[in-house]
Ligand binder design. Sequence first.
Ligand code: ATP
Ligand code: MG
Length: 331
Amino acid sequence: MNKPIVLSGIRSTGHLHLGNYYGALRNFVDMQNDYDCRYFIADYHSLTTQPDPSVLNPNVRSILAEYLAAGMDPDKCIVYVQSDVPETCEFYTLLNMHAYLGELEKTVSFKDKARKQPNNVNAGLLTYPVLMAADILQHKANFVPVGKDQLQHLEMARNFANRFNHFYKTDFMVEPKPYEAKGEPIKIPGLDGSGKMGKSEGNCIYINDEDAVVIKKFKKAVTDMTPTEPNSEMNEPIKNLFYFLKLVSAPEVYDQFLAAWNDCSIRYGDLKMQIAEDVLKVTRPIRERYNEIYANADYLNKVREQGAEKARAIVRKNVEEMRQLMGFRKF
Ligand code: ATP
Ligand code: MG
């Protein structure tokens, strides 16, 4: 039986932080075995906000190297760069004819971006959901792992698929569903006391941070007074540190610190250093692999070519079917 198809886009800017790693990437890596996974680096999409040729290429290179270093396996899934599959543009153009100005203008992300960059409200920004729908629908993907901020776009992709099927009286388009990871959703907190870790929050621990940088970031983590009453309730910054501890440290280490909290003997300096050391056990090997992979342009190009070849074969076939349905046929 064919495995369900999973499609996910990866932003082509920024670096991988612990939030991305635990919240998204680890799922991607797990899914490689059970699904037919296709992951792409969304470099076309990045042009809607900051077209800059001098950073585009190194950004894509470092993101690709980071994901490979962290466990994405190009022999188990299809990893490609969006612009290496220009068939996407044709799919997008054809799909655009069935996307309406009214619905595009109403999307939260468009209104948000238009407010943030009033001097660059370009057509790509408006049709971002159509390009995203093309990314998905061209693969006939069954599942898309999406965060809350992308749910509306996925809903639009479902609408476009439905509309197309009705209009052309076909079942060509597959309606993609959100992929829900098993178990408790992971939300990595920041070390600044509240909220999540995120690029926009400026509070990230990056997978590529050197040891000294990670240690420094943990040293600066917000804490509070040490407890004076046994078994006190933890406030948010402390809860966050314990969340980290649970994630990266051995269960007996966790229990030890919890006991120290409960009997008021806890020393935050020790707690922070313990977490920093255990975080580094996860990130150090990835960083080392990253440095090797990033420097190896031949390998990266090979991965890229291999991914593009596989993705293009699939997409070309689907675009051809779409063309036929829409009337682009030989006389
Ligand atoms: P931005 O601040 O620009 O939105 P970000 O740091 O939130 O960036 P994204 O690129 O939005 O990162 O997220 C990529 C993936 O990582 C998404 O699947 C998102 O849900 C996940 N992710 C990001 N931050 C966290 C976090 N703190 N905890 C768990 N998952 C996260
Ligand atoms: Mg985000």
